[in-house]
Design a binder for this molecule. Structure first.
Ligand code: SF4
Ligand code: SF4
Ligand code: SF4
Length: 301
């Protein structure tokens, strides 16, 4: 692995931040008291038609890569599994329901977790959960350590590696500017089939349960994101068990407790930043594996 001068400067800055105290992280004031009233979006994959208009609207709103609508009419992209990247905050993927063999499409982006692991891993408070529900990123505070990318259980944050001077962490903003003006996110506004519904988490959980109750033959009886990792602002309905979707199987425990414990322990011992980066990655990796092991044990028992 090689480092640019900028990387080295930022690593030094991390070290300086760590050496002046172990409390330079966002978690203390990062979480609203009552997430039932923060905003969220219900993604109903049963009614999503895979039109990719949400992708276009997001790119258009945030001036990311191409904004040519025709590009987004191309369905051949479904032949590959795509992930959100620095120039596409959201992507739509196609999968087959293994029970019915019918294809379904699913939009993915930052989940705007109630207790975001990315925010608790960030030692300079560049990521914060705000009272509207968005997990907001402050590029000015960011030192480019990319701990958030390691910590996110949904593997969402991307990095602008091609920006030499001012690279940023890139992810869905929940269209915070629009929320502050009382408008819906751009992707929600354009969805032609009500596959995306905007509201408070409380309203959306009620709506999701009503849809499941009204058409149990169409919906798997689970609202993904209601409880996973302590709850998320973006939640999902599907026609199949979520283990058949690209959303990871996670426990209901919020992840920040782990990242905070790791960081507080390490800062007290003045572990150098490079070692911290590696150690955080290793521990988060083993945490995911342990969770998978535990879940497969649970399933076996
Ligand atoms: S705009 Fe709506 S229906 Fe179209 S792909 Fe996106 S979520 Fe699905
Ligand atoms: S999905 Fe990942 S990036 Fe988004 S708020 Fe949750 S932890 Fe942070
Ligand atoms: S909420 Fe805004 S930033 Fe997030 S996927 Fe939708 S349009 Fe993009």
């Amino acid at each position: 692995m090689s480092f640019t001068r900028r990387d080295l400067f930022k690593m030094a800055a991390v070290g300086a931040a760590a050496s002046v105290g172990g409390n330079l992280q966002a978690s203390d004031d990062a979480y609203p008291i009552d997430c039932s009233q923060t905003y969220g979006v219900l993604v109903d994959t049963v009614v999503c038609i895979g039109c990719r208009k949400c992708e276009w609207a997001c790119n258009n709103e945030h001036k990311l890569s191409t904004t040519d609508l025709k590009t987004f009419e191309d369905k051949s992209v479904f032949q590959q599994h795509r992930r959100p990247v620095d120039n596409a905050y959201t992507v739509v993927n196609e999968f087959k329901n293994p029970e019915t063999a019918k294809p379904y499409t699913i939009k993915v982006q930052c989940m705007h977790c109630n207790q975001p692991a990315c925010a608790s891993a960030c030692i300079v408070g560049a990521l914060k959960k705000n009272r509207l529900g968005s997990v907001d990123y402050d590029a000015w505070k960011c030192i480019g350590c990319r701990y958030c990318m390691v910590a996110c259980p949904f593997q969402v944050p991307a990095y602008e590696y091609n920006e030499a001077l001012k690279p940023r962490v890139m992810k869905c903003t929940f269209c915070l500017d629009r929320l502050e003006e009382g408008r819906k996110p751009a992707c929600v506004g354009i969805c032609p089939n009500e596959a995306l519904t905007f509201g408070t988490r409380e309203q959306l959980i009620d709506l999701a349960k009503e849809r499941i109750k009204a058409k149990p033959e169409l919906y798997f009886n689970h609202v993904y994101g209601e409880k996973e990792v302590g709850g998320t602002s973006w939640m999902y309905l599907a026609s199949t068990d979520f283990i058949n979707t690209e959303l990871p199987k996670l426990t209901n425990d919020p992840i920040p407790h782990t990242t905070e414990t790791i960081q507080h322990g390490i800062f007290k011992s003045f572990v150098p930043p490079l070692a911290l980066y590696g150690l955080l990655g290793l521990i988060m990796h083993s945490l995911r594996e342990n969770k998978e092991d535990k879940e497969s044990d649970d399933e076996r028992s």
